[in-house]
Design a protein around this ligand. Structure first.
Ligand code: GH3
Ligand code: MG
Ligand code: MG
Ligand code: MG
Length: 344
């Protein structure tokens, strides 16, 4: 069978990355020191619309396969300078990060023991030289199918992970996730001695909004509140939906004075412009309680204590007239209590 390729564009791809830098099941790295075989493989694969990186040295191939956007399929010659294909296989399988790499070992050794050794080293399949073009095509296609399946599984997995940690309605962290994040940040800030703050926000008279305009409009209001809260914080702060119309915000490395400023910005941002909904324009306000991990003279070591302190301050904000910010005692020196809408 004639294995010579029809096309004559045989330029060697620049080493390391696949040509457009993006990894996908149709990217293939060829490592083959024999220029004829390398050229044949490269040209056929390109003809079948694979994006190819072709290298002639095992050490270069191993380097390329460790890059973030490296090809997902590797066709490796067994005998090569630098590193042989078997050793590259072993190293690929020891790599713990990145998506699965499909390895097709190319060898002149056709003995059963060699094939077993190749598969044992981590190859998914093998091809003996000289190979039949149709067989090459079928085996590469089988590899691509497995990689596509792998991609679909990873996508489903990350979607599930997202759903498990996020609130459906608002897209914010859900209660479990925000409490996990708070736990992590509480431990971290206690360890490194950085300030940590939490803000608990609750919509005012939200039941009335539901009662007056209906549940779907209530939902839209919750979504817009979530949006405005997100807009009010630094992009490395965590905003979660703690309960029905309660939000918990975790602010790492945030000095107490900034914490109060942020809470006030949230309150203002929610209340300053009425919400534009399908049921018309609706004024919305929130009440806020603020607590910090390191209060004057004491430290709240557990996340539950922090949440409780913020919740107690929130309760005060409600009791003191709503649409206001109250602090847990001891956050700022000499600052006994509160800021509120138009009445400091
Ligand atoms: P307050 O100012 O004291 O906080 O009064 P409130 O009316 O906001 O508080 P209350 O606890 O009486 O009512 C909260 C309401 O939030 C009742 C509940 O039906 C509504 N709610 C909780 N979750 C959702 C949701 O996902 N969608 C909608 N539309 N309403 C919700
Ligand atoms: Mg060789
Ligand atoms: Mg409420
Ligand atoms: Mg509430």
């Amino acid at each position: 069978m004639n294995i010579m390729p029809p096309a004559e564009d045989l330029a060697r791809s620049p080493g390391g990355k696949c040509p457009d830098g993006k990894s996908s099941p149709d990217t293939v790295l060829i490592a083959e020191d024999d220029p004829i075989f390398r050229r044949v493989l490269q040209t056929w694969l390109q003809k079948w619309n694979y994006r190819v990186t072709a290298l002639d040295d095992g050490a270069d191939a191993w380097h390329a396969l460790q890059q973030d956007d490296c090809p997902q399929m590797a066709i490796l010659d067994w005998m090569m300078p630098g590193l042989d294909g078997i050793e590259i296989c072993r190293r690929i399988r020891r790599l713990k990060k990145g998506p699965y790499k499909y390895v097709l070992l190319l060898t002149a050794k056709g003995g059963k023991e060699d094939v077993v050794a190749g598969l044992d080293a981590g190859a998914d399949d093998y091809l003996t030289k000289p190979f039949d073009v149709n067989e090459l095509r079928a085996r590469v296609r089988a590899g691509k199918r497995i990689l596509e399946l792998q991609d679909a599984l990873m996508k489903a997995h990350s979607e599930l992970q997202f759903e498990a940690a996020h609130d459906h309605l608002t897209g914010l962290w859900n209660r479990g996730a925000i409490m996990d994040l708070l736990h992590r940040e509480t431990q971290r800030s206690a360890r490194i001695g950085e300030p940590l703050g939490v803000i608990m926000a609750d919509l005012d008279h939200f039941k009335q909004i539901n009662d007056s305009y209906g549940h779907p409009t209530g939902d839209a209001v919750l979504q817009e509140v979530a949006h405005r809260l997100l807009e009010s914080v630094r992009n490395y702060d965590y905003v979660g939906r703690y309960g029905g119309e309660e939000f918990l915000i975790v602010l790492a490395e945030c000095a107490p004075s900034d914490l109060i400023v942020t809470a006030e910005r949230m309150r203002t941002y929610v209340s300053e412009k009425p919400f534009d909904t399908n049921s018309g324009s609706i004024p919305v306000t929130i009440s806020i309680g603020v607590a910090a991990q390191r209060l004057l003279g004491s430290e709240l070591r557990r996340e539950e204590e922090l949440v409780r302190a913020a919740d107690t301050a929130l309760y005060c904000a409600k009791a003191n007239g709503r649409n206001r910010v109250e602090q847990a005692p001891g956050i700022c020196p000499g600052d006994s209590a509160r800021t509120a809408a138009g009445q400091q």
